[in-house]
Design a protein around this ligand. Structure first.
Ligand code: AMP
Length: 225
């Protein structure tokens, strides 16, 4: 199973991605999380990414992102499939992904497009808190940690992501509309796009995802003679 999650920043792709990964036993590859982690650990990739203003919502050049994804999907945990969150984000990245998968003689299973109105996105951003150590995500109202302000998993102090500041959020939504929204058409034309109403509670949204994905796994109905 090879999945792509699309949708504007703040729509809940991270939350749903974690649930999908657990349910279908495939790793999540989040380019944003990979980049933040690489910068924090000062790796070679981190030093390259640090040249770009990801804290301001600007995209990393396609060739840098594609190289990082190529390396990641060749790791052993990806043999049964994987879930891409935050990649592809441009048409050249989508074309590069198609070529990468063709090299491996496989193809995308589905692209899930998470949809929510602007007011919902803004509300989600303002309440989002992340763990700077393990990257887990919370929302102060809809998905609060067990102890206020502390990560459930490692008990670190939760923080606001720098790129969740209101002016940066505005810029990220603009960049999404300009560069990533055209991917919807790209995947619709290939018959791979499935819309998910992301306005509901996470449990309900996940129910829609499972209905779509399990539907794809059903063998075709053969009519009895
Ligand atoms: P995310 O956590 O997916 O919101 O990503 C955080 C930031 O990392 C984005 O705002 C971009 O600056 C950068 N980034 C992540 N994935 C990509 C990508 N596929 N192409 C370009 N930039 C990316």
């Amino acid at each position: 199973m090879i999945l792509v999650l699309l949708g504007p920043p703040g729509v809940g792709k991270g939350t749903q991605g974690a649930r999908i990964a657990l349910h279908y036993e495939i790793p999540t590859i989040s380019t944003g999380a990979m980049f933040r982690d690489a910068i924090a650990r000062g790796t070679e990739l981190g030093r390259i990414i640090a040249r770009y203003r990801i804290d301001k919502g600007e995209y990393v050049p396609d060739e840098v992102v594609v190289r990082a994804v190529r390396e990641r999907i060749h790791e052993p945990d990806c043999v049964r499939g994987f879930l891409l969150d935050g990649f592809p984000r441009t048409i050249p990245q989508a074309e590069a992904l198609e070529a990468l998968l063709a090299e491996e003689k496989c193809c995308l299973t589905a692209v899930l497009d998470f949809e929510a109105p602007m007011a919902t996105l803004i509300e989600r951003f303002s309440g989002r808190r992340v763990c700077p150590v393990d990257g887990s995500t919370y929302h102060i109202v809809t998905q609060p940690p067990r102890q206020p302000g502390l990560c459930d998993l490692c008990h670190s102090q939760l923080v606001l992501r720098p790129d969740d500041a209101p002016d940066v959020v505005q810029r990220r939504l603009e960049v999404y509309a300009e560069k990533t929204a055209p991917l919807l058409d790209y995947y619709r034309k290939r018959g791979l796009l499935y819309s998910i109403d992301a306005t509901a509670e996470p449990e309900t949204v996940f129910g829609q995802v499972v209905a779509v994905l399990d539907g794809l796994r059903q063998p075709p109905i053969v009519e009895k003679l």
